[in-house]
Write a new protein. Structure first.
Length: 307
């Protein structure tokens, strides 16, 4: 019974009291909720998450639809919101700029989810020259001094694939896994080679490429769940892009490597346990609205300890 009563009062608060409170605050301050959010919060996740919530739970159709507007329509949408709220853009120039930056982050995040999902759903095709070219580039980046004897070869195990044909390992994450691995190998080569070297040591013993595909899955789950909004809203001034996602992947790879060594698992059979623990740690960090996983957002700035 007490639970039902509690739920009723929560419902009453949300439906009536909260709206009444907002009305009183607006009359008292002369500012609408969006104005108060923009003026009282610094640019980044603190501001954008509150704007996103305000728009989502608004009763006004224009405000709700702003969350899914096309990036090209953001500027006009801001003008429409200012007109709806009877806010003079000439006397509130900073408001329009702040709203536009946050709205670009919001719609950019949606676009990024769609782009990442498209890559994840595209299977690796050994008949596609572009796919094959990316795979060969990955080998050359990670094994620059060792020629590949054949497309189907046990040599692939040297960089952490499970068998003679890497395409079978891309089933879960599709082309997204290959894109991430290649980005890491090309843009943070020193770290990638160090990690590969360490992974082959008996005391660490994990499969570099397979771990990369697993961390791609982890990054993907953080993105689609919305947990990564905190980080991306803090590091992308406007629209988050695939580049931001790939750089986040580089950071997660390095952090997982450190975490794996700290955990000192007895063998690879403990991988899922360590991965789940690492996932929970990242989720805890992302609950902080000021959190930026890699603040400078350049994988090369994140130096891996020589292990």
């Amino acid at each position: 019974l007490s639970r039902v009563v509690t739920q009723f009062f929560v419902f009453l608060y949300c439906k009536c009291l909260w709206r009444g409170l907002k009305f009183v605050v607006r009359k008292f301050t002369g500012r609408c909720e969006l104005q108060r959010i923009c003026y009282n919060n610094k640019h980044g996740a603190r501001r954008t998450l509150k704007i996103e919530s305000s728009l989502r739970y608004s009763k006004n159709e224009l405000l709700q639809s702003a969350l899914s507007v096309h990036p090209d329509k953001v500027e006009k949408t801001i003008d429409d919101i200012m007109a709806l709220k009877k806010i003079n853009p000439d006397t509130n120039p900073q408001l329009g700029i702040s709203l536009q930056a946050s709205l670009l982050q919001i719609v950019g995040y949606r676009s990024l989810v769609a782009e990442v999902e498209k890559l994840r759903r595209e299977p690796y095709d050994s008949e596609n020259p572009e796919h094959e070219d990316m795979l060969m580039k990955l080998w050359k980046e990670l094994r620059p001094d060792t020629p590949l004897t054949g497309r189907i070869s046990k040599q692939w195990c040297e960089i952490g694939f499970q068998g003679s044909d890497p395409k079978t390992d891309f089933r879960g994450m599709g082309l997204l896994g290959l894109h991430n691995l290649l980005y890491f190998a090309e843009h943070d080569k020193t770290t990638a080679l160090q990690m590969l070297h360490d992974s082959l040591q008996p005391k660490h013993n994990y499969s570099f490429a397979i771990v990369g595909i697993n961390i791609t899955d982890l990054a993907y789950s953080l993105l689609v769940s919305g947990a990564l909004k905190t980080h991306l809203y803090n590091v992308a001034p406007e629209m988050p892009s695939l580049l931001h996602f790939q750089q986040t992947f580089c950071y997660l790879m390095q952090e997982f490597h450190r975490f794996w060594i700290e955990e000192d698992p007895s063998d690879i059979m403990e991988f899922n346990r360590v991965r789940c623990k690492f996932h929970r740690r990242i989720l805890r960090q992302l609950k902080n609205p000021d959190m930026a996983l890699c603040p400078h957002f350049s994988a090369s700035d994140l130096h891996l300890v020589n292990l």
